[in-house]
Design a protein around this ligand. Structure first.
Ligand code: SME
Length: 167
């Protein structure tokens, strides 16, 4: 008999749906996939892979907080910067400020770190642990300008559903 976890190891999304609907379809499937698993690397890896697959972004992944740095975590996409100092780049700014930053045009964000020259726009979402402390960021990059808006912000911020108590 297949376990629920084994049965849930696929994600099915209507590819022609508006992005809000895609997120609405994705979230319960991700919840089912992740289930009660508390291993942070496994959870971050599948969350990144699912978002990346559904939306075909350039880069989707996590940086985790270690001391005064963000360290590259599970991701999908081109190779990326391995360490970001707090306060540097969009990710570092999110860590310093504590809220999501949407960047419509990376060339207009002072201090943006260009891990890939193909990146044109970006969103970075803080991930908080059970104590409310930011322990990671979810960073998503697009090859197009102005890809991310309040819809992405709303749904990507729900990432805590999967990561709370796991980091
Ligand atoms: N552009 C990010 C760096 C990480 S990569 O996009 C993967 C930043 O400025 O923080």
């Amino acid at each position: 008999m297949l376990s629920l976890a084994a049965m849930a190891e696929s994600i099915t999304i209507e590819s022609s749906a508006p992005k809000a609907i895609k997120y609405e379809e994705l979230i319960p499937q991700l919840k089912s996939l992740v289930g009660a698993d508390k291993h942070p690397i496994a959870v971050m890896a599948n969350v990144a892979a699912a978002i990346h697959d559904v939306f075909a972004f350039l880069w989707t992944g996590f940086y985790t907080v270690e001391g005064q740095e963000l360290i590259l975590g599970p991701f999908q996409g081109p190779v990326a910067c391995m360490r970001i100092t707090i306060g540097r780049g969009v990710s570092g700014a999110v860590l310093a400020e504590g809220y999501t930053i949407v960047v419509p045009n990376v060339d207009e964000f002072p201090g943006h770190i260009a891990c890939s020259s193909d990146s044109r726009s970006e969103i970075v979402v803080p991930v908080k642990n059970a104590a409310g402390v930011i322990c990671a960021v979810l960073d998503v990059d697009s090859t197009q300008l102005e890809t991310f808006d309040d819809v992405d912000k709303k749904y990507l911020e729900l990432i805590y559903y999967f990561l709370e108590n796991k980091l």
